[in-house]
Ligand binder design. Sequence first.
Ligand SMILES: Cc1cc2nc3c(=O)[nH]c(=O)nc-3n(C[C@H](O)[C@H](O)[C@H](O)COP(=O)(O)OP(=O)(O)OC[C@H]3O[C@@H](n4cnc5c(N)ncnc54)[C@H](O)[C@@H]3O)c2cc1C
Length: 326
Amino acid sequence: MDTHNVVIIGGGAAGLSAAIYLGRAGLSPILLAGSPPGGQLMLTSEVENFPGQKSILGGELIDVMRKQASAFGTTIVDENVGSVELVKPVKLVKLAGGTEYKTKAVIIATGAKALWMGLPSETKLRGKGVSACATCDGFFFKNKTVAIIGGGDSALEEALTLTKFASKVYVIHRRAEFRASKIMQKRVLEHEKIEVIWNAAVEEVLGQFKVEGLKLKTPEGEKTVKLDGVFVAIGHRPDTDLFKNQIDLDQKGYVLTTAMYALQQLSNKVEQTKTHTYDVHYQTLTSLSGVFGAGDCVDHVYKQASTAAGMGVQASLDAERWIESQ
Ligand SMILES: Cc1cc2nc3c(=O)[nH]c(=O)nc-3n(C[C@H](O)[C@H](O)[C@H](O)COP(=O)(O)OP(=O)(O)OC[C@H]3O[C@@H](n4cnc5c(N)ncnc54)[C@H](O)[C@@H]3O)c2cc1C
């Protein structure tokens, strides 16, 4: 079996951007893009904030990136990786179907999944008024009424983001108090455009072809709220189970790269991690030599296609320099 230069795991914005750079550098990367491939951008319709694209469908943006990566010599395989052995100098990446790849370097770009409420009506109206990203889709709701579902810091931050566009923002929370920080709560509770509906469970997203409202269950009985958009902000889950026990992950399962490790130490959220020395010359390096991380599986703050792409580029440049140094 040949030993490849780099195997990239994950075919979203981060993995594809890494592939474009590594392909142009002549390293013939293997991109194991997963099934279905394309990542979170496949869940959205219009993307209007990716530099260079005034307006493009998420799926179309992925398609262009895949063509660009292939044109520069990337081999793309739309299958899931089932297991990895990353510790030794030659790393082994195995597809769920059994095919194995030996490689010098690995870039982990497996992304994250937004958590949804799990209602059929929510699934039906995704991209038709139901979203999981206020920064991405808030702009489409200028002077409209929207709701945020959730009560943590990121839900309240998204609610404040939405006030820049919407005329009215409901925050729908299933408990009688928020989990978010006091300062965030104060900003939300004092905001003139925001109304909180406490102790409310969403039973159904109303609307046939686009969001028209929400049916809520409250202690006072069933309640219907008319609105145009619903933003689900109940958390994200990084797709990193594969790498547990091999590389250092943070408490929520995000990949700890040099940069994230340093930031977390600055905010004292991490004491000493388990095993490894981090190398400041490689900001996307994980706790294992030759293994890099990029995109939403690392970043739980910015979570944008362009930031994921940027980190993919960083990881590709790190991997290229690292391979040269060996
Ligand atoms: C509803 C919605 C709308 C959005 N709209 C916008 C927008 O308008 N603009 C914007 O900039 N951002 C938007 N975003 C955010 C953006 O989509 C993400 O930030 C970006 O896609 C992250 O890219 P990524 O490559 O890190 O991860 P992902 O897009 O999550 O891709 C990860 C990839 O890894 C693959 N994978 C996972 N596990 C395995 C495995 N075991 N083996 C192989 N492959 C695997 C997955 O199949 C997937 O293809 C939106 C997100 C959502 C949810």
